[in-house]
Design a protein around this ligand. Structure first.
Ligand SMILES: Cc1cc2nc3c(=O)[nH]c(=O)nc-3n(C[C@H](O)[C@H](O)[C@H](O)COP(=O)(O)O)c2cc1C
Length: 208
């Protein structure tokens, strides 16, 4: 097996955050999603939220001497953080991307994290949770193209689009993960995470 091959049997779900901003809504939304996933899927699945500002992330400028799609072995990567990122993504049976919409797209840091690898993403089951004043639909649309078509990630059919109330964007409020308004998005989170777990080869827990 090449060092960059997906470990399809892995019982780990990696949660990748699009925003690196301090004091934003990303960590609260990650808590909401990971708490929900932990209830919705069997205990044996480990959920790992990647801190986007602690090594191996952020990865910085692309330093690969050759396109990531030409990299076949871990040793072909130019730095240890990229190798660590490759090992981590390969160790995940599925990925959840949680990202805000920035200027009708998604944050550059997220694109950078995706672009550093190639074969590690192929066929990896994944779902997206986007957020913004209207759910981040434009960002979800762009990500679907990059992740689904460009990187051949196996995306679930439904994206979870979380509309944040005005005070969470322009005011002082920040998501902690247990807000009432999040309940409106739990049905789509359930549908997406059920499908994600099916793509991992399992069957989600029945509702409590
Ligand atoms: C650079 C920037 C651009 C933004 N552009 C949009 C946008 O196009 N649409 C939208 O709904 N919200 C937009 N927002 C609001 C963010 O979606 C909102 O602030 C969100 O909480 C940011 O995620 P974070 O708090 O995890 O960093 C933007 C915020 C920033 C910082």
């Amino acid at each position: 097996m090449s060092a960059t091959t997906t470990t399809a049997t892995s019982k780990r779900i990696g949660v990748i955050l699009g925003s690196t901003r301090k004091g934003g809504n990303a960590l609260g939304l990650a808590k909401w999603v990971s708490t929900f996933l932990q209830k919705n899927i069997p205990d044996e699945i480990e959920i790992v939220v990647v801190d986007p500002v602690t090594p191996p992330q952020p990865l910085g400028p692309l330093l690969h001497p050759q396109m990531p799609s030409l990299v076949k072995e871990l040793s072909d990567y130019p730095t240890e953080p990229i190798r660590d990122w490759s090992r981590f993504v390969s160790s995940c049976g599925a990925i959840v991307v949680i990202t805000p919409q920035f200027n009708w797209g998604y944050p550059g840091e997220l694109k950078n994290a995706l672009d550093h690898l190639y074969y590690e993403w192929h066929g990896k089951p994944a779902m997206m949770v986007t957020y913004g004043s209207r759910g981040g639909a434009k960002c979800a649309e762009q990500l679907r193209q990059v992740m689904g078509k460009g990187l051949k990630i196996k995306l679930v059919g439904r994206d979870v689009l979380v509309s944040l109330p005005h005070d969470y964007i322009a005011g002082e409020e920040r998501v902690k993960g247990d807000e009432e308004f999040l309940k409106a998005f739990e049905e789509s989170l359930k549908e997406a995470s059920d499908e994600l777990y099916e793509l991992m080869g399992g069957e989600a827990n029945a509702p409590a």
